[in-house]
Design a protein around this ligand. Structure first.
Ligand SMILES: *[C@@H]1O[C@H](CO)[C@@H](O)[C@H](O)[C@H]1NC(C)=O
Ligand SMILES: *[C@@H]1O[C@H](CO)[C@@H](O)[C@H](O)[C@H]1NC(C)=O
Ligand SMILES: *[C@@H]1O[C@H](CO)[C@@H](O)[C@H](O)[C@H]1NC(C)=O
Ligand SMILES: *[C@@H]1O[C@H](CO)[C@@H](O)[C@H](O)[C@H]1NC(C)=O
Ligand SMILES: *[C@@H]1O[C@H](CO)[C@@H](O)[C@H](O)[C@H]1NC(C)=O
Ligand SMILES: *[C@@H]1O[C@H](CO)[C@@H](O)[C@H](O)[C@H]1NC(C)=O
Length: 505
C-alpha cells in the first residue's frame, strides 16, 4: 500500500496539500517568471488597464448591522476600444487569485475587444489579491472561520452584479450588453452568473469550468485518468516508467542513505526532504503539465515549452539514460520546474504563493468539495480512493467547520443539467479541452441552440482564453472563431430585441 495518497484538494489552479503525509509539502513552485518567446505579455512595463476600487458590501444576504460593513474591491478596466454607451461590456468574473494574473492570461478578451468595440473589466474575487475585507488586513480576514465566513461563490457573484450595475450607471451605459467571461473556477462563476443574473449578463463564455465535478456527478477517477491518458497517448513507455517509479521512490526513501541518494538524483535543496514530499513534487509537475499542455510556449503556472508532455516523455524515453528511472524523472521534472534554467536547486519546502491562491483552501472546506483524487488500477499514480471523511477531518482541524458537499448543486444545480438547462437557460458557451484533467467535470454536450459545448480534443485548461499567437494551430483558431461568431449572435440579438422593445413601448 502506498503510504501516501494524492492531495485531497486541488485548487482549480493550484494543487493544495491537505492529507497528513502531504501536509509539509507545498507544491507552489513558481520560478521567477519569464515570458516564453512566442508568448505575448500584457503586463511587461505599463499595465494595459487602469486599476480601480469599489466600495463593496460585506454581506449581501443579511440585514444585521455587521453585514453593512464594507471593503474595497479591486477591478481593472480598459476603455481604449470601447464604443461608448450601448457598446458591449466584457467582464471577467475573477477566480481564486490575484486578478492581474488572470487578466494577463485572458488575452482573448483583449484580442477581440477592438472588433466588438468592447469595454474590458476584470473584477477581483473577494478575499483574493487586494480585495480583502476587514480594511484590507489579510491576516485578520483569514484569521478564523468567523472572518472567513463571507468568502463564498454566492457572495462573490453578488459583488459582481452590484459592481457591474453601478459601473453601468456611472458610465451612463445601462443599455450596454454585458457578457461575462471566465476560466476554471472563474468559468464556473461566469456560467452560474448567467443563470442567476440574466438581467445583468446577456451571456457567458465559461471556459474549462468543471461545474459537474461535484458529489458523484463525475467519477472521482476521471481527473487522474485524463492525466494518465495524456502521458499514455504520448508513449506507453513514458506512462510505464512514471507508473513504476512511485514504489521505487518509496523503497529508496526508506532504505539506508536513500534520502540522500534521492536528494542528489533530483537536485533537491538541503533544507527539507522526505519520500512523500518528492512524490508530491513530481506528481504536481505531471498534474500541472497536463493542465497546461498548450500548443505554444507559455508561462501560466510555470514557464513551459510548447506541448510540454511531449517534451517530458521525450526525456523519459531518452535511450541514453538507460534504465535509470530517477535520472529520467529528474529530466522530466526539470522541464516543469526549471525551463528557464535559473533554478539552482529544487526547494521542496517552498510555500510561496505569488498569485495569492491560498483562500481556495477555505472554499474547498466549505462549498467547493470536488472529488478528484481517486486513482484506479490504470492510473499513472498509485491506486487510492477519494476519502470524504479524510477531507472533512482536515477541514475540522484547519477551520473547525464541516464542509457542505451538496450545497453547490442545491444552489446552482448540476444533476440532470441537460434536462434542466434545455428548458430554462440560454446563452452559455462551455469550452473544454480534453487534455485538461478538469474537462471530465465539464459540460461536454450541446444542451440547446444557445447552450453550446465546444470540445477540443487537443485543448488544455482554458487554452481558448489565451492571447492568440502566430504559432496557434488551426483547431485553436477555429475554436476562437466559433466563440466569436456565437458572441456576435448574442449581441446582435440583444440589440435587435432592444430596438424592437423601444418600438413597442
Ligand atoms: C488597453 O489595452 C491596450 C492593448 O493592450 C493598450 O494598448 C491600452 O493602452 C490599454 N488601455 C488602457 C486604458 O489601459
Ligand atoms: C461610481 O461612481 C461613484 C461616485 O463617484 C463611486 O463612488 C463608485 O465607486 C463608482 N462605481 C464604480 C463601479 O466604479
Ligand atoms: C458517492 O459515491 C461514493 C462511493 O461510491 C459513496 O460512498 C458516497 O456516498 C456517494 N456520495 C453521494 C453524495 O452520493
Ligand atoms: C539496468 O542497467 C544495468 C546496466 O546498464 C544493468 O546491470 C541492470 O541489470 C539494469 N537493471 C534493470 C532493473 O534492468
Ligand atoms: C536548471 O537548469 C540549469 C540549466 O540547464 C542547470 O544548470 C541547473 O542545474 C538546473 N537546476 C536544477 C535544480 O537542476
Ligand atoms: C455544438 O453545436 C455547435 C454548433 O452550434 C457545434 O459547432 C459544436 O461542435 C457542437 N458541440 C458538440 C460537443 O457537439
Amino acid at each position: 500500500m502506498a503510504p501516501w495518497i494524492l492531495p485531497l484538494l486541488y485548487s482549480l489552479i493550484l494543487l493544495q496539500s491537505s492529507t497528513s503525509s502531504f501536509a509539509k509539502f507545498q507544491p507552489r513552485y513558481f520560478p521567477s517568471s519569464i515570458i516564453g518567446p512566442s508568448t505575448r505579455s500584457v503586463a511587461s512595463n505599463s499595465e494595459p488597464y487602469k486599476t480601480k476600487y469599489f466600495t463593496q458590501i460585506l454581506d449581501h444576504f443579511n440585514y444585521i448591522p455587521q453585514s453593512y460593513q464594507t471593503f474595497q474591491q479591486r477591478y481593472l478596466i480598459n476603455d481604449t476600444f470601447w464604443g461608448g454607451p450601448n457598446a458591449p461590456i466584457f467582464v471577467y468574473t475573477g477566480n481564486e487569485g490575484n486578478i492581474e494574473w488572470f487578466a494577463q492570461n485572458t488575452g482573448f478578451m483583449y484580442d477581440i475587444a477592438p472588433e466588438f468595440k468592447a469595454l474590458l473589466v476584470f473584477i477581483e474575487h473577494r478575499y483574493y489579491g487586494k480585495s480583502i475585507p476587514y480594511g484590507g488586513d489579510k491576516k485578520k480576514a483569514y484569521k478564523n472561520s468567523k472572518n472567513l465566513g463571507y468568502l463564498s461563490s454566492t457572495q462573490a457573484m453578488a459583488d459582481y452584479a452590484t459592481l457591474i450595475i453601478d459601473l453601468k450607471n456611472n458610465l451612463t451605459a445601462t443599455n450596454s450588453p454585458v457578457v461575462v467571461f471566465g476560466g476554471s473556477y472563474g468559468g464556473m462563476l461566469a456560467a452560474w452568473f448567467r443563470l442567476k443574473y440574466p438581467h445583468v449578463a446577456i451571456g457567458a463564455l465559461s471556459s474549462s469550468s468543471p461545474i459537474l465535478q461535484f458529489e458523484n456527478i463525475t467519477s472521482q477517477y476521471s481527473f487522474n485518468n485524463i492525466i494518465t491518458q495524456d502521458f499514455r497517448s504520448e508513449s506507453e513507455n513514458c506512462y510505464k516508467v512514471i507508473k513504476g517509479s512511485w514504489k521505487q521512490i518509496e523503497d529508496t526513501a526508506s532504505s539506508h542513505g536513500g534520502l540522500e541518494l534521492l536528494r542528489k538524483s533530483f537536485h533537491i535543496c538541503k533544507n527539507y526532504i522526505s519520500g512523500d514530499a518528492i512524490e508530491g513534487w513530481l506528481s504536481t509537475a505531471f498534474v500541472y503539465t497536463s493542465m497546461t499542455d498548450y500548443p505554444t510556449s507559455s508561462s501560466f503556472l510555470a514557464p513551459l515549452p510548447a506541448y510540454p508532455i511531449k517534451q517530458m516523455c521525450k526525456a523519459i524515453d531518452n535511450p541514453s539514460l538507460g534504465n535509470d528511472t530517477f535520472a529520467k524523472l529528474y529530466q522530466a521534472a526539470n522541464i516543469y520546474y526549471n525551463y528557464t534554467g535559473d533554478v539552482p536547486c529544487f526547494d521542496l519546502a517552498d510555500d510561496s504563493d505569488p498569485h495569492d491562491l491560498g483562500g481556495w483552501q477555505w472554499q474547498a472546506c466549505t462549498e467547493m468539495v470536488m472529488p478528484t483524487s481517486g486513482n484506479n488500477k490504470e492510473s499513472i499514480f498509485p491506486v487510492s480512493a477519494y476519502s470524504y471523511t479524510g477531507h472533512a477531518q482536515y477541514c475540522e482541524a484547519a477551520y473547525n467547520i464541516q464542509p457542505r458537499p451538496t450545497w453547490i448543486t442545491t444552489e446552482f444545480g448540476g444533476h440532470d443539467i441537460a434536462k434542466v438547462l434545455k428548458r430554462f437557460g440560454s446563452n452559455i458557451i462551455f469550452f473544454n479541452g480534453l487534455r485538461d484533467p478538469w474537462s471530465g467535470g465539464g459540460v461536454l454536450k450541446n444542451i440547446s441552440k444557445s447552450i453550446i459545448a465546444i470540445v477540443e480534443k487537443e485543448g488544455a485548461h482554458h487554452v481558448d482564453l489565451r492571447f492568440a499567437t502566430d504559432k496557434d494551430p488551426k483547431w485553436l483558431r477555429d475554436v476562437r472563431k466559433k466563440e466569436i461568431s456565437i458572441l456576435k449572435d448574442w449581441i446582435s440579438e440583444y440589440y435587435h430585441n432592444n430596438l424592437a422593445d423601444s418600438y413597442t413601448n
